[in-house]
Design a protein around this ligand. Structure first.
Ligand SMILES: *[C@@H]1O[C@H](CO)[C@@H](O)[C@H](O)[C@H]1NC(C)=O
Ligand SMILES: *[C@@H]1O[C@H](CO)[C@@H](O)[C@H](O)[C@H]1NC(C)=O
Ligand SMILES: *[C@@H]1O[C@H](CO)[C@@H](O)[C@H](O)[C@H]1NC(C)=O
Ligand SMILES: *[C@@H]1O[C@H](CO)[C@@H](O)[C@H](O)[C@H]1NC(C)=O
Ligand SMILES: *[C@@H]1O[C@H](CO)[C@@H](O)[C@H](O)[C@H]1NC(C)=O
Length: 477
């Protein structure tokens, strides 16, 4: 709340200017990465195996060219990473902590001091260079030891996650003021539905819903832990990052409008509604669809578990900000697709291939602000994928358009966006696609053991945007 008041005051001052290409003075700019995608050193200095290590080692056909064993070698090159962020004039660095680097078995039986030292060094290096850490606790690299007991569909995982979070608050909370519990749960619970993503458990429409249920409870417990035991001394903010490729109705028929809204509720609302909405709980349309389909399938219970009233109230309001990822737009119309049963089939929409359209970001920001009023929003990921090349004028165009859409959301629509971290600081292991597609502001030479980083044209462009907090003059909304 405190944040929002600060933001509103800033907004009132700034919006006195009419058309603006300037972001608010205290807007946070930066870049983002995640542990598995950049760190490498997958088994060094006592790190435990993660589900990503295990999955890509055992299923090499599911990843192109290179897995995350070495990645960008950021475990050894973090000081260079910080210098890259400094050259970008970044205010914040969004990175993730690898749970098995800190707790190799996921539990408190072994606390890996070398892992804690690594993140302490990174955090201290950032602060010494005037860059704030924005830390994701879970970016998809569950300790494999916890997958052996079932992973996220097992509700006990919430206990383990709370204990892990406590270790993070105790060790890093004096310096880390921004925490994200989970990155894109909609994406990673898919690992309990499809064979091609870790941990590759095929229980569509069941395992992914059980995982969803645990993740939401785990998030809420970690927020309460912070609120009750750390906020008074550490004074930080805790949120979650939810993603969506904005679903736009294919035509202006009522059916397509309903299909688009249903898709939004199944993707973002599934997690956003219990945590951020006034009423809490799963979105009504999600509850109805899954319950009705489960009944029609002759099941004695819904495939989607139910929160008690007490849980609904405990979970509701457990965030200090909303982390949002957006890349693209999809066009949707009603229809049955996917395995029976599955989340896709429960959603009952046909989705087009994604298209890169900046108005989708603006619409999505407006949707979030309307559904979940009262929360400052940080765009924790947004970026452009291409096949490489340092002269990335296409990426500069992408960022210009999307940042323009953010300005429109802030000034024209009054959406409280307080920060933006570009995906990504550097080219990295893009999950199944390895290094074959690139999102970086910096190029990483994966043919060299040195993993040499070189700025792309877009790095220079973003450094100027971040320094001046404005888009080039030719851009005015
Ligand atoms: C907490 O943070 C706010 C703003 O970030 C600051 O004004 C305040 O002094 C801080 N309080 C403590 C106890 O550090
Ligand atoms: C749909 O929108 C188009 C243009 O925006 C309009 O011409 C058309 O009449 C609309 N159709 C319906 C069914 O509302
Ligand atoms: C976004 O859409 C473009 C096509 O416009 C596509 O090439 C790209 O893969 C999509 N990005 C993501 C992250 O899905
Ligand atoms: C980059 O590409 C653009 C468009 O293809 C071209 O106009 C420009 O000269 C190139 N710049 C460099 C430094 O190669
Ligand atoms: C390795 O990286 C360092 C630091 O970036 C650089 O100075 C050096 O030239 C690189 N060596 C090779 C062989 O690329």
């Amino acid at each position: 709340m405190r944040l929002l008041i600060t933001f509103t005051a800033v907004l009132a001052v700034v919006s006195a200017q009419t058309a603006s290409n300037r972001f608010p003075d205290d807007f946070m700019f930066g870049a983002a990465t995640s542990a598995y995608q950049i760190e490498g050193a997958w088994n060094e200095d006592g790190k435990g195996e993660s589900i990503q290590d295990n999955f890509f080692h055992n299923h090499p056909l599911f990843i192109l060219e290179q897995n995350g064993d070495v990645a960008c070698d950021s475990y050894h090159k973090y000081k260079e990473d910080v210098q890259m962020l400094k050259a970008l004039n970044a205010d914040v660095y969004r990175f993730s902590i690898s749970w098995p680097r800190v707790l190799p078995n996921g539990d408190l039986d072994v606390i890996n001091q070398a892992g804690i030292d690594y993140y302490n060094n990174l955090i201290n290096e950032l602060l010494a260079n005037g860059i704030q850490p924005l830390v994701t606790m879970y970016h998809w690299d569950l300790p494999q030891a916890l997958q052996y007991i079932g992973g996220w569909p097992n509700e006990l995982l919430a206990d383990y996650f709370v204990e892990y979070a406590r270790i993070l608050f105790e060790n890093f909370g004096d310096r880390v003021k921004w925490w994200i519990t989970f990155n894109e749960p909609h994406q990673f619970v898919e690992g309990y539905s499809v064979p091609w993503g870790a941990p590759g458990q095929r229980a569509p429409g069941i395992g992914d819903y059980l995982a969803t249920h645990t993740v939401i409870k785990a998030h809420a417990r970690v927020w309460h832990l912070y609120d009750e035991q750390y906020r008074a001394t550490q004074n930080g903010s805790v949120g979650i990052t939810l993603n969506m490729d904005w679903p736009e109705p294919e035509t202006n028929s009522t059916e397509d409008a309903e299909a688009a809204e249903r898709a939004r509720q199944f993707v973002m609302g599934m997690f956003g509604h219990p945590i951020y909405s006034k009423d809490g709980d799963y979105p009504a349309v999600v509850r109805q669809q899954v319950d009705a389909n489960s009944k029609a399938e002759g099941r004695p219970r819904s495939r989607l578990p139910t929160f008690t009233q007490e849980e609904i109230e405990y979970i509701r309001g457990t965030a200090d900000f909303f982390g949002m990822n957006n890349y693209n737009v999809t066009f949707v119309t009603p229809g049955l697709r996917g395995h029976n049963p599955s989340k896709k089939r429960d959603t009952a929409v046909i989705t087009s291939a994604p298209e890169s359209l900046s108005w989708g970001l603006r619409k999505q920001l407006n949707w979030v602000a309307t559904q979940y009023p009262g929360y400052p929003i940080i765009i924790t990921e947004n970026g452009h994928l291409n096949l490489g090349g340092r002269n990335d004028t296409d990426r500069i165009e992408y960022y210009t358009e999307y940042l323009g859409a953010v300005l429109e959301a802030i000034y024209t629509d009054g959406v409280p966006v307080i920060g933006y971290t570009a995906w990504s600081l550097m080219d990295n292991v893009e999950w199944n696609r390895g290094f074959t597609v690139t999102f970086g502001l910096y190029e990483v030479d994966t043919s060299s053991p040195n993993r040499t980083r070189t700025p792309k044209e877009s790095a220079g462009f973003m450094a100027e945007v971040f320094r001046t907090k404005q888009l080039p003059n030719q851009y005015k909304q």
